[in-house]
Write a protein that binds this ligand. Structure first.
Ligand SMILES: Cc1cc2nc3c(=O)[nH]c(=O)nc-3n(C[C@H](O)[C@H](O)[C@H](O)COP(=O)(O)OP(=O)(O)OC[C@H]3O[C@@H](n4cnc5c(N)ncnc54)[C@H](O)[C@@H]3O)c2cc1C
Length: 482
């Protein structure tokens, strides 16, 4: 069946991938893309600084489900000698999204599909007759037969820095470019120790700053040389086991043990040679760089398969059955799933060896201004002074609530988070088989591992299959011959 109008809400990487696959699948006559900013940028890929690298291999970042090597082909088309496993600068991915989108406009018109970009935010989605009505913040109303929600995450501001929101000395990592006025040798606190914190350290270190990274875990991401789809099969034994469907913590332990068995043996390096358990974060970084450079970190070859299998299994379980389970597993595995590229790791290590980076496990208590500097008191009672504070404290799922049969976007207080089905359909609280689909972070209440292009594109394929399978003559849609 061909639908008349499909609306795509949000066009970062996920929304752009949705548009690419919608145009090529031929399921829509009109595609309305709602994105207030540039197509394909989002928070992750909007920086133009070449020092900021993707943490996934180019070969895992195709927007097109039918052409897995599309990003690599694009880079080759630019004359760049990129290998499939390379982690390229992130701005190249934004450029790829934009160029593919621009190319799609003529492809769409050749296929008889009208593709429009509305530079507006959607405020709500409500059922309207057999379809939907989207109301934008600009006050326009648009009809749709199906909606794909692709809004991505919101940066989270920790309470300790909220009183200084908008102060030029306390900035989110994503706005770090604006602090380049910091003097050389400025002492900067980076709150958070995950990938955005790694980016912040690289930019600050390049400007000659001295950096303290602080987070409750005091743990940096692990190190990998690549993350791209390799042959599936190593984790098949895990897939067959009924790990989930229980909140029993012991199941989570057994799951991890099963994963560990998949990682070692069969001529692979022993697990103790793949990992470092050093307590000191800098020594662990040093050891993990060496492991990665020697090619002993076999776990990196299984990451894509692990993400796919985990999403497949857990999607089949009721959310209440897997969320506790997943919390435990994620606590162990997150630093490997979200590992940093080895080139970034080496930059961090050279800063640490030069005495310009320290990594601490500590919780902030209070931030205040004193003598022209920032004083941070920590929950252990100690206090440190800094010239600037950068927070890289992570993200929260998109603001999305359901109230009175309407979906409210950008809303966190009214209504309740909508239920998402195993088929990624959003429940509007009506007695209807809805055609509003949650993709990427919008599906995070239902799908555990959605923070990467490699996890999102299969979701989009799944939605395309459902759109194609819709019965002719339903709702506002028209049949292929109509
Ligand atoms: C610093 C960083 C680095 C990353 N690096 C990688 C990487 O190397 N590889 C990888 O695979 N993944 C990476 N990720 C994960 C990354 O977030 C996802 O892969 C991908 O960018 C998510 O895209 P998205 O479109 O879902 O969300 P976003 O990029 O957040 O885009 C969401 C879009 O929705 C729009 N929007 C929001 N609300 C509305 C509304 N109401 N109406 C209309 N539009 C709206 C926003 O303007 C935005 O453009 C990284 C993430 C971060 C934060």
């Amino acid at each position: 069946m061909v639908l008349r109008d499909v609306a795509v809400v949000g066009a970062g990487a996920t929304g752009t991938a949705a548009v690419v696959n919608l145009v090529r699948s031929g399921v829509a006559q009109r595609i309305d893309v709602f994105e207030p900013g540039a197509i394909g940028h989002g928070d992750a890929f909007s920086s133009t600084d070449p020092a900021l690298l993707c943490n996934t291999s180019a070969d895992s970042m195709s927007l097109d489900a039918g052409r897995p090597g599309d990003f690599v082909d694009y880079l080759h088309g630019l004359g760049m000698p990129v290998a499939p496993q390379d982690c390229v600068p992130r701005y190249l991915f934004a450029q790829y999204c934009r160029d593919r989108y621009l190319g799609l406009r003529s492809e769409a018109s050749t296929r008889g599909v009208r593709l429009r970009h509305h530079r507006d935010k959607v405020a709500s989605v409500a059922g309207a007759g057999p379809g939907y009505a989207l109301l934008t913040e600009g006050g326009a109303e648009w009809p749709a037969d199906a909606v794909m929600l692709c809004m991505g995450v919101d940066a989270w501001t920790p309470p300790v820095v909220r009183p200084f929101w908008c102060h030029p000395g306390v900035v989110p990592a994503s706005a770090l470019g604006s602090t380049s006025t910091l003097p050389r040798d400025a002492r900067v606190l980076v709150l958070g120790s995950r990938l955005s914190a790694v980016d912040a350290v690289i930019l600050l270190g390049r400007s000659g700053c001295r950096v303290q990274v602080a987070s409750p875990s005091g743990t940096l991401p692990s190190v990998r040389t690549r993350m791209y789809p390799s042959d599936r099969g190593s984790l098949t034994a895990l897939a067959g086991h009924p790990w989930v469907g229980t909140t029993d913590a012991a199941q989570a332990d057994r799951f991890v043990a099963g994963l560990v068995r998949g990682l070692a043996g069969h001529g692979r390096p022993h697990l103790r040679d793949q990992l470092s358990l050093a307590d000191d974060p800098v020594e662990r970084l040093r050891a993990e760089i060496a492991i990665a450079e020697e090619g002993h970190n076999f776990w990196q070859e299984l990451t894509v398969e692990f993400i796919a299998l985990t999403n497949e299994w857990l999607l089949r379980q009721p959310p209440a059955a897997w969320q506790d389970f997943w919390e435990i597993v994620e606590g162990v595995l997150d630093r490997y799933i979200s590992a940093m590229p080895v080139d970034n790791a080496k930059k961090l290590l050279s800063l640490a060896d030069a005495g310009r980076l320290e990594v601490r496990g500590r919780r902030p208590a209070e931030l205040f201004r004193t003598g022209g500097r920032w004083a941070m008191t920590w929950q252990d009672g100690s206090c440190d002074r800094f010239d600037a504070v950068v927070y890289a404290t992570g993200y929260r799922p998109p603001a999305l609530r359901c109230a009175g049969g309407r979906l409210l976007l950008g809303e966190r207080r009214r209504g309740a988070p909508p239920a998402v089905s195993a088929d990624l359909r959003v429940d509007l609280g009506r007695d209807a088989d809805e055609r509003v689909f949650a993709v990427g972070q919008c599906s995070a209440t239902r799908v555990p591992l959605v923070h990467g292009v490699v996890a999102v594109v299969p979701q989009i394929s799944h939605v395309m299959r459902q759109l194609r399978a819709l019965p002719a003559g339903g709702r506002r849609g028209v049949s292929d011959d109509g």
